[in-house]
Design a protein around this ligand. Sequence first.
Ligand code: ZN
Length: 371
Amino acid sequence: MPHHWPEDTDFALLELDVIDRNCPVCGHMMYICDHRHRHFFTLDGPVHLVSKLNHCPDPCCPGHSKTKSPEIEPTIALPGWGIAWDVFCWIGHRRFSRHASIPQIRADLHDTFAIDLAVTGIANYIDRYQAMLAARQQDPETLRRLYHQTDSLILSIDGLQPEKGHETLYVVRELTAKRVWFAEALLSATADEVRRLIAQAKRWAEDLGKPVALWISDKQDAFVTGIAAEFPAVPHRYCDNHFLRDLAKPVLEADSHAKVQMRKKVRGLRGIEQSVLTHRRDATPVEPPPPPEPESAVTETLLSADLCPAEDDPAGDVVLDYCAAVRGILNNDQGGPLDPPGLRMADALDEVRQSIQRNLDVKKGGSRRSN
Ligand SMILES: [Zn+2]
């Protein structure tokens, strides 16, 4: 869809010449026979590109009826594009690296670069970007170079759901090079469809001439049967990550239950704190507010404040500190399946209990508290 440029658009003018002007057929010096005009967006603003087209001056030469375009042009913008490569790469990066939605990309292009593209146009560029990315990722020559020194391959397959309601994307990865080999969205993940992907991985491995040492997956039925059929002698192991995640579920459920029980048992912090504060308030003599004093007297006032009964309550301080520590422990939800929060809570509460016990033991002996 051609872009509608407003009348007052301020285009930067760019003129391109053919660099090699020898006729490819007869070698004559070619002449300029026409100019091609195009307009497109770059990140630096709109461009008016003038390409000088050449042809052979000899009417008898087959080079006469053909025109040659400047070699540089496709490195700035591909034919038919309304954007230059820099905008194209920016869109692709936003979509695939930053996971921005098309409306977001459209708004950012407008706000940051004053580039107005339609939603369908952006979707179209994203499709092309994805095709280029996939082609590069799957380029056999690149792969051969990458796997040149690899002895054997470890393959994995997994089904991902990129967004809720979308069909599942099946991804085949090779783990020694940490590389996605290919991915395909399967509308119906029947055993036959999944097996087709596994067979494709087999062809890739054969093309590379490398043996497959291991398959890793979450062991869905279709994976188990497909891999057993295509790779009969290759071991198929449970993926660590899936294994841990599946195992973690009951562990974290039990841990969460334990936390609830501990919180039920360790309560009444507010009551303890209030009794300390009430005790302090009752012990503080009610004084009229002191009259404003000159600066030299301030230090003296601060010193005398230390003698105030409410400040001189070390036992109360200790009680409040313990309450704060216990509250911190009860509110701490950090930790994962390998370091469950409930176990951390139990350990921390136990330390507090031992600390209090040490204080009680010291008090029985008649000396002061210790931590
Ligand atoms: Zn010619």
